[in-house]
Write a protein that binds this ligand. Structure first.
Ligand code: EPU
Length: 338
């Protein structure tokens, strides 16, 4: 295996942070991964997927193992469903387009999410009313303690809003190598409830949308609001939308009657962090090369040469300002690597 030294990770993280890996290796098969995991030459190992949901705060003093295991296969199918297994290193969006080209439904609302398929379950990615868990059947992961491949059912993964077993109890203990989805071949469960999707379909006068139409609508919306990491470094939403209880919500809505919100359960509400941040005046602000995206305040951006620390300093300033103004504490959604 080719192991590189003092390797810049700039093009391996969508934030475009120029942190270095002490050592860097790329694995293209599960066997290669298991082999390098037991290597005694490198006591500390760091697993890197699509690098789309992390902020590198300093150089990584470890062997960085980049998961580049590819492959998409149809495991089984009947008249109604197809079960599709996707290897971890497949780019998420390319994989979604593959499913759509095959006429399969389920992942269309999650078109254009950056990153790789293997990391998608870790934070149960989601967009426009659909989450990964809605079409998830199982995943396989190498257990680091035993180097064995294990299968996780949906229940094992304990999915929540941008949460899973792999982000909590299982953190750093497993490396996901493949994800298996159950997708529809007909009677697709289209999810067009999200306001902007309906507007986009109306614009094109589409009355009976196909899976492809929805994917195109989502791509158009995302392109209009979210920065393309190839042009401006970013990790999508930097923060989670805070979940507040009835008591906090009552007070908040009394003081902010025009604020948008989503009712999650009888007693829980989600308040868009993007709105809170915009109200504090940060939208479109730039501090050196670190900034808040002009069209979506939930997204922090690296205009060119910001360091992870500069982005984090901005994030902390925002957290403090939001807490002061609204008495609500927002927390990062991206993984902070320190
Ligand atoms: N808003 C503002 N100002 C802003 C941004 C948003 O006032 O700068 C308001 C909007 O007007 C709207 C509400 O906040 O009323 C919600 O905004 P939006 O529809 O853009 O969605 P979001 O809650 O900000 C979440 C996800 C996104 C996902 C979108 C669409 C989280 C943390 N983020 O954002 O996910 O694309 O919904 O489903 O849940 C990501 O995770 O990286 C990501 C981009």
């Amino acid at each position: 295996m080719n192991i590189k030294k003092d390797f810049s990770l700039k093009s391996y993280n969508t934030f475009g942070i120029d942190a270095k890996a002490n050592f860097f290796a790329q694995v293209t098969t599960v066997e290669e991964l298991r082999e390098i995991l037991v290597s005694k030459d490198f006591p500390t190992k760091f697993i890197l997927g699509g690098g789309s949901n992390m902020l590198l705060l300093k150089d990584v003093d470890a062997l960085v193992i980049h998961i580049a295991i590819k492959g998409i296969s149809i495991v089984s199918e009947d008249d109604n469903h197809a079960v599709v297994k996707v290897m971890a290193g497949e780019n998420w969006h390319d994989m979604v387009l593959w499913t759509i080209d095959h006429g399969y439904g389920g992942l269309e609302n999650m078109s254009l999410i950056p990153g790789n398929t293997g990391t998608a379950p870790v934070q149960n990615i989601g967009a426009y009313g659909v989450e990964l868990k809605d079409n998830f059947l199982s995943c396989e992961a190498v257990e680091r303690a035993t180097n064995k491949l294990k299968t996780f059912s949906k229940a094992d993964c304990k999915f929540g809003y941008r949460e899973s077993f792999f982000k909590n109890e299982g953190k750093d203990q497993y490396i996901i190598t493949s994800v298996t989805f159950k997708l529809t071949k007909k009677s697709h469960k289209l999810n067009t409830n999200y306001g902007s999707i309906e507007d986009e379909l109306d614009k094109k006068n589409i009355k009976k949308p196909t899976v492809k139409d929805i994917s195109n609508a989502v791509i158009a919306i995302r392109n209009s609001k979210l920065p393309d990491p190839k042009e401006i470094g970013n990790s999508g939403s930097f923060f989670k939308n805070p979940l507040v209880d009835q008591h906090v919500f009552n007070q908040f809505s009394l003081e902010n009657p025009n604020a948008p919100f989503y009712k999650i359960s009888e007693t829980e509400y989600k308040i868009p962090a993007g709105w809170l941040i915009e109200q504090c005046g940060f939208k479109g602000k730039r501090y050196g090369d670190a900034g808040v995206h002009t069209k979506q305040a939930l997204v922090l951006v690296n205009y060119q040469n910001a360091t992870g620390k500069e982005i984090m300093d901005l994030a902390n300033t925002i957290i403090k300002a939001v807490e002061k103004k609204f008495k609500i504490r927002i927390t990062p959604e991206v993984n902070l690597i320190q």
